[in-house]
Design a protein around this ligand. Sequence first.
Ligand code: CO
Length: 291
Amino acid sequence: METDVKNKYLEAGRIGREALEYAQTLIEPGTLFIDVAEKAEQFIRNQGGKPSFPVNLSINNEAAHYTPSFGDTKTFKTGDVVKVDIGAQVDGYLSDNAATVEVGESGKHSDLIDCTREALNAALKVLRPMIAVRRIGAEIEKVVSSFGFKPVRNLGGHGINRYDLHSSIFIPNYDDGNASMIKPDSVIAIEPFASSGIGMIHNGPGGNIYILSGTKIDREEEIYKNFNTIPFAERWLASVDPNYRKYLKKMMFRREVSHFAILREHSGAFISQAEHTIIVLSDDIIVTTRK
Ligand code: CO
């Protein structure tokens, strides 16, 4: 990997990690979701990056893909299990990292929260170039099961490319038998999800996160210039078009954008998540989102 490219990934990783740490300090009973999301996104911009995607604040049985909408009045409550998922990009080189916090720290969900953090550490210990993705999944499954929880089977880690948050490779949270290997000089995100229920998620309603569809990235409109292939929030469109709700509706009708569904645990149980971004070199492993 070229030094210049590596340095941009490292900078994106640093900004993403600091934004995630900062966001967690803001989460308290009574805090508005939108304040946490917007402050963390502004933090990324102040550091010279751009968000890789809207800050995800998913609670309790939601695994991912909720970001507050413009004027959102939702607040955090004591006992909420919050997955904070944040990434930064520098010149299109992305980071993606996540942590789980319990609001008000009653300690009721500490085991569930600890199990994904420990599963992620265990996965990072076995990670090396040319390892089969099933081996990483097996490691995650072993740790999550030892805590008495279930890994989420239909969610997992992913490859990352320039301006592409979810490139082809899928890294399971259990041994799914997939022998595909992690190639040297690749960038990946490993993200264990654990559940206190059956360990499957399904699509819920939309969570205010969108992405342009198709390959029309050469179009001239502001929206294409601004958001290109990166997921964006409904509230970010205010800067593109003051009538953005109508505009978005029209885009949806023409199938020019798609709306991400909130991912929910199938049995309604609690979910925790932990995530890091890693550069896999032929002779080294660099976790870009870890100090
Ligand atoms: Co990810």
